[in-house]
Design a protein around this ligand. Sequence first.
Ligand SMILES: [Cu+2]
Length: 264
Amino acid sequence: MPSPATEQGESTLALWQGAWLAALLTGVLVWALIFWVVWRYRRRSDDEIPIQTRYNLPLEIFYTVAPIIMVIVFFSHTVRVQNIVLDDPTPDNTIEVVGQQWSWTFNYGVGEQDPSANDVLDDDEYAYDQYAYTVGTASDIPTLVLPVDQTTRFNLYSPDVIHDFGVPAFLIKMDVIPGRVNHYQVTPTEIGTYSGKCYELCGVYHSRMLFNVEVVSQEEYAAYVDELAQTENTSDGPLIGGENADTQVGLTDEADEYAEGDAE
Ligand SMILES: [Cu+2]
């Protein structure tokens, strides 16, 4: 596993390690018992039949109950970590991410955030009144800029097919599904450059659905969004495709041009 570059990644890593450890201990115990029984109760001579055990109620109760307890323990830890990774009601900022064939659009909020807009995801309420965005193309890899030590929530949209938004260093990825808004959040702990990509085979240029991630100081992040807000890449609502996928700036034009003009 890559060493986690986010707070949430620490929990993910601990869950992964704990699950492997538990599985390994269970495996070793089961293998040891199997070999012990095979050896201990082997047939010792041609005219002897070893003890035939069946309908042993305590034993049957044990091997029904023990796995159920194990599943409950695995499940509860999974839910605990899932809550850490998915459900922070008050993220420091929210970025609306679009996976489109075959690149990414990142919508940064300008001004004050209203996190309660994230309570219901399929309405037209968004966390900010104004947005500034970057749109990548299959030949122009976009960069996602994130502030260090702040919790950034990603709402994930697709106007076309299922994509999957993930950054290996953050130890998380999630499907981006048309007609459904998935979300997760990260709190990057280290300034640096990382790479992310689409993890779901989504069409001809799937392998070009790469993006860079730059984790910068909070001042640099604010400056970046301010600067982006001075360009023409601004709008009152985020570009999320959907019904507007054919008309919204950047979401289809450049990708189509690319597909027509540059397909070898
Ligand atoms: Cu994709």
